[in-house]
Design a protein around this ligand. Structure first.
Ligand code: NDP
Length: 435
């Protein structure tokens, strides 16, 4: 982004929500603060809630994105506006477009205008998607459907108005520097690449853990089987990067082609290779931990899992016979002797070696910042292409349907433990050490 005369107009749809407040606006401010936004930019928040520009600005100012930056913050907020409207109203979007155009026209040459529309709703009218001489890019946040059909329907509706290269499906895990570094780690370190196959690796375990329960946010867990969706989203993406063949180049399409190939060479998940669990109440060291169903926002007979472990198989020459174990558990200390690539809470990469060579870790900037900048610059590598998404859903959809239809009851496990005993049996069945 070097053209001083270029303009970027960003619309954040769902601007009254949590994600906008906690992640999107702070990331946009950080980009501005660090000088990554062009001189002329305008940001519009869009949602149904009624709010004035001043109220939007106050909401963000009160968050205090960064210390000692009030002046910069003032300048930034002067470029932030709010427009209230319905998501399925052509008229409301046209009114927003008019306001955006007014800002753009005042500031710069039409050749350099481009926009990003962030949408979350398939019924939305992209009233100005094809206007002007610039570009329109739409960043889409999860969920990308709830199974193969709904995901395909969402893609179809997006493609009614947009071309594939205008759609940026965001998975903030892919924006984490460490996930990005996975390719560098693999392909630029001669010590690793020769070992990266079935010959030396017996199984790969991908673990997503959180060190908290629902704490009044039952809804957080309730989107179908959230944990299975975390596997389908983040973990499968990371797996694809981990297991793919060397791409012809690190360009977006070459990398995405290799990811799709790995996903397509995997077998769909089978019910017998999955264990789901739900945490129950227990007391440890005099402290009582409530059960998932004790949460007021959760129904007493909820079958929603708070834990899931799954074994998947990659059927290609490099990985034939390799089991990939996914699991999702509350946070726990892990044993030594591992190469650890930690994506959250703090990103780090370190090699745990028996002779106690100290680990190496590094703090990294926020993933949304990185991804929003990539979208502005048209860099697609870290976004999910439609066929990648289709391949990922194809692996999980039959299982999700079966879990729902058969009303599979999750196994209970104590809050804070390594998960239900069934997960240990699953690991033992495949002769794999657990955790
Ligand atoms: P919130 O519930 O805090 O906010 C929802 C936002 O969406 C509001 O701005 C609301 O605005 C708007 N909205 C549009 N249609 C509806 C509807 N039918 N019901 C309720 N709200 C609606 O959610 P978040 O901001 O946390 O999340 C927004 C989206 O991003 C969700 O799809 C979520 O799954 C996804 N997401 C969130 C993450 C997070 O960290 N929070 C992480 C990854 C994805 P209004 O009512 O004013 O129109």
């Amino acid at each position: 982004m070097n053209g001083d005369e270029s303009t970027v107009s960003i619309t954040v749809v769902g601007a009254s929500g949590d994600l906008a407040k906690k992640k999107i606006f702070p990331a946009l401010f950080a980009l501005y603060y660090e000088g990554f936004l062009p001189k002329h930019f305008t940001i519009f928040g869009y949602a149904r809630s009624k709010m004035t520009d001043a109220e939007l600005r106050n909401m963000f100012f009160s968050l205090g994105f960064r210390e000692n930056c009030d002046e910069k913050m003032d300048e930034f907020l002067k470029r932030c506006f709010y427009h209230s409207g319905q998501y399925d109203s052509q008229e409301n979007f046209a009114a927003l477009d008019k306001k955006l155009m007014a800002h753009e026209v005042i500031r710069t040459l039409p050749e350099n205008i481009y926009r990003i529309r962030k949408v979350t709703c398939k019924k939305m009218h992209y009233s100005s998607a094809s206007s002007g001489n610039g570009w329109t890019r739409v960043i889409v946040e999860k969920p990308f459907g709830r199974d193969s059909e709904s995901s395909a329907a969402m893609t179809k509706s997006l493609k009614q108005y947009l071309k594939e290269d205008q759609i940026f499906r965001i998975d903030h895990y892919l924006g984490k520097e460490l996930v990005e570094n996975l390719s560098v780690l693999r392909f630029s370190n001669l010590i690793f690449e020769p070992l990266w196959s079935r010959q030396y690796i017996r199984n790969v375990q991908l673990i997503f853990s959180e060190d908290f329960g629902t704490e009044g946010r039952g809804g957080y867990f309730s989107f179908l089987y959230r944990h299975l969706n975390i596997m389908q989203n983040h973990l499968l993406q990371i797996l694809a990067l981990f297991a793919m063949e060397t791409p012809v180049s690190l360009d977006a399409e070459d990398t995405r082609n290799e990811k799709v190939k790995v996903l397509r060479s995997m077998r769909p998940l089978r019910l017998e290779d999955v264990v789901t669990g739900q945490y129950k109440s227990h007391t440890k060291g005099g402290v009582s931990y409530p059960a998932y169903t004790d949460d007021k926002t959760v129904s007493k007979d909820s079958l929603t899992p708070t834990f899931a472990a799954a074994a998947l198989f990659i059927d290609n020459a490099r990985w034939d016979g390799i089991r990939v174990q996914f699991r999702h558990v509350p946070d726990l200390d892990r044993a030594t002797n591992e190469l650890v690539i930690r994506v959250q809470p703090d990103e780090a990469i370190y090699l745990k070696i028996n002779n106690k060579v100290p680990g190496y870790s590094k703090e990294i900037p926020d993933a949304y910042e990185r991804l929003l900048l990539d979208a502005i610059e048209g860099e697609r590598r870290l976004f999910i292409r439609s066929d990648e998404l289709d391949a990922a859903w194809a692996l999980f959809t039959p299982l999700l349907k079966e879990l729902e239809e058969k009303k599979i009851i999750p196994e209970y496990y104590p809050y804070g433990s390594r998960g239900p005993v069934g997960a240990h049996y699953l690991a033992a069945r495949y002769n794999v050490r657990w955790g």
